[in-house]
Design a protein around this ligand. Structure first.
Ligand code: ADP
Ligand code: MG
Length: 480
């Protein structure tokens, strides 16, 4: 959250000084991260350029430049409301967001249907956002760089993640000495990406000349495909095999079954490993459970150290909540922290998301966060005692909401009009019954573990970033 000083300044002047902008933007951006998936943030939000703020009827109008008509329209349709909420919350006054295309204001209300392809935008790192476009574009964000916000200092350690944390620290302090590769796995939202970044940040802190790359497996694959298409494989190989002292590869399960990518990764791995450079890999499951992974790649993962992260115990959940609240300057009473931590068990991202939503409510209504507020916010998320949250009731509610046949929902048909509802049903069953992935698969005509896991991850992300998915999930929950 913003320093109190800036907040009170803002309240009286209702305008933003450009020197305050980076701090304000950073706070707003953190909130947006709770709702918008990172690829969307990079494409649509990061390129926005702050132009000016103007006081208006007790509130503030904030003007942004966007690169094209299309992006202005897109941001207006998808993110304007969220941005306005976030700004209002951060600045403590009602805010309106206005989008302009370079110097020309775009009358968004009269915009014709826009059919251009989304532009390919050069992302700008948020911590380097300034008010000058010139400065912005000259400091492009290197996409393989490490996010400086995730460090060991703000990672809360408890029994559930102690081993993974200790392994990560060991690797950061003594890269490629004992544990190479380090393989960290867990369900989503338990801190894998945080630990990967923390390792990179620690290495850079210890030795500022170190060259560290963070790359998601998805990006690795896309970059490889792109390089293949444009005859740039030599430079792709040079980049990943020769240019870094340490490589952090996130969500490696993504390469499984993609032959060419696995092969490329295999050679990258060998190049790094044989020259004593550290490799850290994360995954949503242990190597032996990654289906369709080439045996030689799996074997290499097993050469090093494999560490898992389990869902945190209640004490750790409370500690994580409190640490987050303190960092964001949010006051959360003990009973509320305990209450939330009691019910949100299996995902730290959800835990933090709830805190941010409570803060949003509190500041919009001008009240402090209270137990009552938390209970309301959680209502949809908590399965009531002896509730209606059974597999059958969830499947029926989904079928009813989407107006499809129950039989189709449980079938293997692949068309999107049944596959999305099916994934939503899988997600809700997991959420409300806590049933294992394999078992859930059983109720959908014998789908395997990875199909259910994929569905849960996809819907979870969708809830953060896609209105259609979020609204469907909410409607189904209301039917339950
Ligand atoms: P994963 O990569 O496993 O899906 P992330 O690393 O993205 O999970 O973590 C999700 C969110 O939870 C992040 O904001 C991260 O900072 C936070 N988080 C997870 N574990 C911890 C922890 N032990 N202490 C503090 N924050 C945590
Ligand atoms: Mg992650």
């Amino acid at each position: 959250m913003l320093s109190r000083q800036i907040r009170s300044f803002m309240r009286t002047t209702l305008s933003i000084d450009t020197t305050q902008w980076p701090e304000i933007w950073q706070s707003v951006y953190r909130m947006l991260e709770q709702y918008i998936v990172s690829t969307q943030l990079t494409t649509w939000i990061q390129p926005l350029e702050f132009v000016k703020s103007v006081p208006s009827e007790g509130g503030i109008k904030i003007h942004f430049n966007t690169p094209t008509d299309f992006s202005a329209q897109w941001v207006k349709d998808h993110y304007k409301k969220l941005m306005e909420n976030a700004f209002s919350q951060v600045l403590g006054s009602p805010c309106e967001v206005l989008l302009l295309v370079s110097e020309n204001p775009l009358d968004l209300t009269q915009q014709e249907d826009v059919t251009d392809e989304p532009p390919i935008l050069e992302p700008v790192h948020i911590t380097q956002a300034t008010s000058s476009r010139h400065q912005q574009t000259s400091r492009l964000w290197e996409e393989t760089s490490v996010d400086p916000r995730y460090v060991f200092e703000n990672f809360v350690v408890g029994a559930s993640n102690q081993f993974a944390h200790a392994s990560a620290v060991a690797v950061a302090e003594q890269p490629a000495k004992q544990y190479n590769p380090l393989f960290i796995y867990s369900s989503p939202g338990l801190g894998k990406t945080h630990l990967l970044y923390a390792i990179g940040n620690q290495l850079i802190k210890n030795n500022p000349d170190s060259r560290v790359a963070y790359v998601s497996a998805e990006r690795f694959v896309n970059e490889m495909i792109d390089s293949l298409q444009h005859n740039r494989m030599p430079s792709f190989r040079k980049k990943y095999r020769d240019s870094f002292d340490m490589i952090l590869i996130d969500d490696i399960q993504f390469i499984a079954g993609k032959k060419k990518s696995e092969e490329e990764f295999f050679h990258t791995f060998n190049a790094l490993h044989s020259t004593k450079r550290q490799i850290v890999v994360s995954s949503d499951r242990p190597p032996k459970e990654i289906e369709n992974l080439e045996e030689r790649v799996r074997t290499r993962f097993e050469w090093g150290l494999i560490a898992d992260i389990q869902p945190p115990e209640i004490e750790t959940r409370i500690a994580i909540l409190k640490a987050k609240a303190e960092r964001e300057d949010i006051y959360i009473p003990d009973d509320v922290a305990t209450f939330i931590a009691t019910y949100v068990k299996s995902n730290v991202r959800e835990l933090e998301g709830l805190l941010i939503r409570l803060q949003a409510q509190a500041s919009l209504s001008g009240a402090e966060i209270s137990l009552e507020m938390a209970k309301n916010e959680l209502k949809t998320a908590i399965p009531e005692e002896g509730s209606h949250f059974t597999i059958e009731s969830i499947q029926s509610a989904v079928a009813k909401h989407f107006q499809i046949k129950l039989l189709d929902l449980k079938s293997s048909a692949r068309s999107r009009n049944v596959s999305l509802p099916r994934q939503i049903a899988m997600y809700l069953i997991r959420k409300y019954t806590g049933m294992g992935f394999k078992e859930i698969g059983h109720y959908f005509g014998g789908k395997d573990h990875s199909t259910i896991l994929h569905a849960c991850t996809k819907i979870e992300r969708g809830i953060e970033g896609e209105t259609e998915i979020r609204e469907s999930v909410e409607s189904v929950q209301n039917l339950l």
